[in-house]
Design a protein around this ligand. Structure first.
Ligand SMILES: C[S@@+](CC[C@H](N)C(=O)[O-])C[C@H]1O[C@@H](n2cnc3c(N)ncnc32)[C@H](O)[C@@H]1O
Length: 257
């Protein structure tokens, strides 16, 4: 689900949600990279209010919760993910300060200036990076932080096949300097930027899908949408292996001015 929503919007969302509920993370990332991003945030305490937008089943949220002391609200469009998110929080005894709710990142249930930190791993593409960083700015306190990971080009030029693939999936993909400029223009000091290492895709995102695909296809052997979803995911993985030197996920950390 790194960007499958754009690719496969014609697929049954419940089916996609069911598939991605089989794996711990719904996009590239890792606990180490979540902690690395968190290391740039210096204003948190037990009163802090944190929002994790497009939280999925909460892989990164639980890491955040175990390494911060404030309250965290996870928000995701899909109820299946949120149900699992809340079960995960309870299993880790974090339910008193970590809560998942169903909602959309384009209509946030917050008051202006309410949040100390907005977190969003691999999900801002749903409304677009530029729109997201601009619209979410008002919900942060002055000095509050935004931390997002976003698919980005590593080079100014790239082969047509991967250029076309991404322009179809997410036309707003762009180079790191362009994203930094967008962050700055939206009213943040760009505090830190770093690229996710390859294992965040291969080991954390693709590898668990081998078993997930097997389980899923055993359940839906004759379902055409399920077959197309599997083919789409395999194509995404092939593209990554072929063209990973040209793109990847990048963490952008900004502080509201
Ligand atoms: C690639 S997944 C990333 C999930 C999680 N942050 C992670 O890194 O594992 C993108 C997430 O965005 C959610 N999503 C899609 N559209 C959304 C919207 N409008 N508002 C909130 N969440 C949305 C999806 O349900 C999915 O959980």
């Amino acid at each position: 689900m790194s960007n499958e929503y754009q690719n496969i919007h014609e697929f049954d969302f419940n089916l996609i949600c069911e598939y991605f509920s089989l794996i711990e993370r719904q996009g590239p990332g890792s606990p180490e990279m979540t902690l690395k991003a968190l290391s740039f945030i210096d204003n948190l305490n037990e009163k802090s209010r944190i929002a994790d937008l497009g939280c999925g089943t909460g892989g990164q949220t639980m890491t955040l919760a175990q390494n911060t002391s404030g309250s965290i609200l996870g928000l995701d469009l899909f109820k299946g993910f949120i149900d699992r998110f809340n079960r995960n929080a309870t299993d880790l005894n974090l339910q008193h300060r970590v809560k998942g709710i169903v909602g959309s990142m384009d209509e946030l249930p917050f008051q202006p200036g309410e949040l100390d930190l907005i977190w969003c791993e691999g999900a801002i593409y749903n409304i677009g990076f530029e729109r997201g960083v601009n619209e979410w700015h008002k919900y942060l306190k002055d000095g509050g932080y935004i931390t997002v990971s976003e698919a980005s080009w590593f080079t100014d030029e790239r082969p047509a096949e991967i250029n076309d693939f991404w322009n179809e999936a997410y036309p707003e993909i762009d180079t790191i300097p362009v994203k930094i400029a967008q962050l700055q223009k939206a009213g943040y000091i760009p505090e830190a930027v770093f690229c996710l290492p390859e294992y965040c895709w291969t080991k954390i995102f693709f590898e668990p899908q081998v078993e997930a695909k097997k389980v899923f296809m055993e359940k839906y052997p004759d379902n055409q949408m399920a077959k197309e979803l599997m083919a789409n995911l395999s194509h995404e993985e092939e593209m990554y292996h072929m063209y990973k030197k040209y793109y990847g996920y990048v963490f952008y950390i900004g502080r509201k001015i």
